[in-house]
Design a protein around this ligand. Sequence first.
Ligand code: URA
Length: 479
Amino acid sequence: MTLHRITLKTGADLHTFRKAVRWLIAEELAPQHVVFAIDDEPGLLGDETVTNAPPVAIPKGVSRLIEQVVCHGDPERYALLYSLVWRVLNGERDLLEVASDPLVHRIDLMARSVRRDLHKMHAFVRFRRMQGELERFAAWFEPEHFILEAAAPFFVDRFRSMDWTILTPIGSARWDRHELAFGPPGRREDAPEEDSFEEGWRGYYESVFNPARVNPTAMRAEMPKKYWRNMPETAAIPGLIQTAAQRVERMIEQEATMPTKRTPERAIEAMWDQEPKTLEELNAIIAKAGPLVPGATQAVFGEGPHHAEIVFVGEQPGDQEDLQGRPFVGPAGKLLTKAMREAGIEREQAYLTNAVKHFKFEQRGHRRIHSKPTTGEVKHYRPWLMKELELVRPKLVVALGATAVLALSGKATPITRSRGRATFGPYQGYITVHPSYLLRLPDEATKREAYEAFLNDLRRIHDLAQADLETGELPLAAE
Ligand code: URA
C-alpha cells in the first residue's frame, strides 16, 4: 500500500490542511493511504506535492468542527478530521448527527475542549502596562491548545485602541492599533508582573461579584487556580467569600426599596396579563421588552396581511433588517422574494416574520456579523411567535431553517430529516431551508441545485395553500 505523507506546520495549520484535503479528495485518496505529519518530525516517507484542487462542498457543521479541532493539541487531529471528511463525502453526509459514532464522539470532545480553552483565554487574559512604556501593554497566558490565532481577534475588538502583546508558550500576538501580527513564543518573565491598574481590575471584580451566588467549587472549576497568578482580581476572592453572607443580608434589605426592573421576562408575563388582541398590541409589548442581548437598533416585527394564508418564519433579523425595521429586506430576503415570485407566491400576499425579533451580532471592525440565537433565546421569544400565529390564523406555516423549526415545534430537528410537510401544534406546516443557506454554498453548481430544490419546496407550499387542507384534498401526491 502506498502511503502519502502530508506535512503541516506546528500549531493550527488550517490553511495547509484545507489545501491538502482538496487535493486528497480530488486524488480519491482514502484516509488509510495518508499520513499527516507535523513540521518538526523527520520526513520518513518523503513529502507529497499538494497541488491546487477545486473546493470541496462539505456541510457547514463539519467545516466549523474542522476550524476548531485543528487548534487541538492532539497530533492525531488532522488524521481524525480527514477520516471525518472522507466519510461525510462518501455516503455518510449526516454523520455528525450520529453522536454515538466513536469518531464523531472523539472529535466532538476535542472541539469542546478547544472551545473551553478559547472561552478561558477570552475571560482570563489580563493586560499590564509594560515597564517604562506609557502606552504599551502585555499579558501572559498559557492555553492548553493552539488557540492563539483563533482567540486574538476578540482582543482586537475589545482593546482596539490599545497597543498590546499576548505572550504564550506557543506563540505571541501583537496588536499595534492597526495590524495584528503573530510571532514566536514568549516567556512568563517577559510580561510585567504588576502595574498601577491592578487596583482597577480588583475594584471591577468586587463590583460584579454576586455574593448570593458564591460557590467556591464552581468558581475553581470555571477559573482554575493556574490562571489566578495572572489575574489581579483573584487577590480579592478570599475576602469576598468571607464577607459573602453579610453582603447577601445587606442585599435582601435593600431589595424592598429598589425600583422594579423592566426585564423581558416581565414583559412576557405582562403579555399574558394584557392578552393582546391585535398584532399592534403584541408588537407594542415586544418593543417595550427590548432585546435580550443589547445592540439591536429596534425590534423587527412580522410584515404582511394580518390574515395571510401563508406565514413564513425565519430566524432573526439581519443587519439590513435591523436598520430598516422590516423583515427579509437584506440579501437572504431578496433571494427569498425572488424565489417566491418564481413559485407563484406574491410576497405582498404572505406574512413574513422571524422566530427572534432582534438582531444579535458580533462587531468586527465596522462590520456587524450575524450571531446565531441560542436555544434559550429562541425559547424566550416563542410565546410571542405563537401569539402572532394565533392572531394571523394562517392556513400554512413555513419554517425557514432549523431555528424556525425549533421555535415552531419546540424541538431541535435537522432540516435534512424534517424537510417537507409538517404540523406545528394546530397549524399545517412546511419545513424548508433558510435562504441564507443558499447564499453560503461554496460553488455555483451546488448553489443552482439547492436553489432548484428550494423552488420546488415553494411550489409545493403554493399548491398546499391553494388546497383545502382540512379535507385533505391536495393537488400533490401524498408523501
Ligand atoms: N434572515 C432571517 O431569518 N430573517 C430576516 O428577516 C432576514 C434574514
